[in-house]
Design a protein. Structure first.
Ligand code: SF4
Length: 259
């Protein structure tokens, strides 16, 4: 068994329950190159986790997949793992934005619940349709409301900047969406939620429908960052600082190695 002898960042076991993703987001390379979608059977996952616990001594295991909530009967798998391994903490990364994901996280034993992370990617429905992340604003807010109803007081939200056909209105859309989520929690819980914003900058990837789209200039991105920074300056919202420089560096690296 592979067991690290130093402290590592993700210090837990990991089992890939499914490879590939059928969502088809147009910026996403993994969604294209790992096709077709295929999953491990439930008995195989249960057995593999038993071996991880026995051989590596982990008390936390991550059910890894590009879109974990799309694994068929994931709720049954989680229930059977919780039933069989009482002291096991499960981590469920990459959840789709819907109330089912909230229910799924809520089904984990309370002391093992982690934060909720969702990725709307863009601030307006128009832009989400362009990138094929077809989630309506209503669905997004319903999911946030379900999370607050079930006791969460914070969310982590991922967005991308510099997407094809993005305008300043879409950036304003991010600000009003985050504002709306924040107001929802204040109404439901009577307190300000902790909302962590994570930003990635769009970098065109080979083999995706957007592979030939130019990356936005540093100047354009900088203006969008500035707008967001001002608009999201609110109590309870944390906004990242270093995204722009690292994205530009990443793009230069892609160009240098010619992928
Ligand atoms: S849901 Fe996630 S993994 Fe699937 S295509 Fe979209 S970005 Fe890629």
């Amino acid at each position: 068994p592979v067991v690290p002898y130093i402290e590592v960042v993700h210090d837990r076991g990991a089992i890939e329950i499914q490879r590939g993703c059928s969502r088809g987001c147009r910026f996403c390379q993994a969604g294209i190159i790992y096709r077709p979608v295929r999953e491990r059977s439930q008995p195989e996952v249960v057995q593999a986790i038993g071996e991880i616990i026995a051989n590596c001594g982990y008390s936390e295991v991550s059910l890894v997949s590009l879109s974990t909530s799309d694994y068929p009967h994931i709720d049954e798998l989680v229930a059977s793992l919780s039933h069989r391994y009482h002291n096991l903490a499960l981590s469920l990364p990459s959840l789709y934005i819907d109330s089912f994901s909230v229910e799924l996280m809520d089904s984990l034993p309370s002391h093992k619940k982690t934060g909720l992370t969702f990725a709307p990617e863009a601030g307006s429905e128009r832009l989400r349709r362009i990138i094929n992340k077809n989630i309506s604003e209503e669905e997004l807010l319903k999911t946030a409301a379900a999370a607050f109803d079930r006791g969460w007081t914070g969310l982590k939200l991922y967005f991308m900047l510099g997407l094809p056909a993005e305008t300043m209105d879409d950036i304003e859309g991010i600000i009003s969406l985050v504002d709306e989520v924040r107001a929802l929690c204040r109404r439901a819980k009577g307190r300000t939620p902790q909302i962590r914003i994570t930003l990635a900058t769009f970098v065109p990837k080979p083999h995706t429908p957007f592979q030939w789209v130019a990356q936005e200039s540093e100047q354009g991105l900088s203006a969008k960052h500035e707008l967001l920074k001002q608009g999201l300056r609110r109590k309870g919202i944390s906004y990242p600082g270093k995204t722009l420089k690292s994205a530009c560096l990443r793009q230069h690296c892609h160009e240098e190695i010619g992928d």
